[in-house]
Design a binder for this molecule. Structure first.
Ligand code: HEM
Length: 156
């Protein structure tokens, strides 16, 4: 099965990534987590994304799924669903900085009636060699756009 041509720029993401992360937000206690992310080619012009996280004692924490599409030169869309009642409609850019691939996204967010309210999110994925670094900011629960997550993973 050959990769859809539009996905060539994101092909270095294919596979499984595993590593550690740190979490914070003005309204909660700091925390740490282990993260595993997979980007899978299903034979269509998007990558399937599945993320799982665990606390330091191995208990499950956050998980999310999504679809990543390259929609034009340097342009990406990432639609994500959150078990906590949010849907992120993320759009942004894909750039190469030397041998580093950088994806920067800003999302409009839809919330269910019972979800903690998330206004907007920002995500950065930075892939350098076998290291994938992520950052996640959100404007949520009445707070300005503020960092919630940082993680660093290696190819598993
Ligand atoms: C690595 C992934 C993530 C982990 C490990 C994580 C973990 C946590 C933890 C431990 C808390 C505090 C306890 C709680 O309210 O459950 C929290 C709060 C929260 N998280 Fe996350 N989270 C992740 C991703 C996300 C994402 C993607 C969003 C939004 C789309 C999000 C939105 C929130 C909100 C709105 C709160 C509530 C803050 C408050 O109650 O003041 N989180 N998260």
């Amino acid at each position: 099965m050959s990769l859809a041509p539009n996905l060539a720029p994101v092909s270095p993401l294919l596979g499984t990534w595993r590593g550690e992360g740190s979490g914070y937000y003005p309204t909660i206690d700091d925390f740490s987590y282990t993260e595993e992310v997979t980007f899978t080619d299903v034979g269509k012009p998007f990558l399937l994304y599945v993320q799982r996280t665990w606390g330091p004692d191995g208990s499950p924490m956050h998980t999310e799924t999504g679809y990543l599409r390259v929609v034009g030169p340097g342009a990406v869309e990432f639609v994500l669903s959150q078990p906590t009642g949010q849907a992120e409609l993320a759009e942004g850019t894909l750039t190469a900085e030397g041998d580093t691939l950088v994806i920067e996204l800003e999302a409009r967010v839809l919330n269910t009636a019972t979800a903690k309210h998330v206004e907007n999110t920002r995500r950065t994925y930075r892939l350098a060699g076998d290291t994938l670094t992520t950052a996640f900011d959100m404007a949520a629960v009445g707070q300005e756009m503020t960092r919630h997550l940082d993680s660093r993973m290696r190819r598993a």
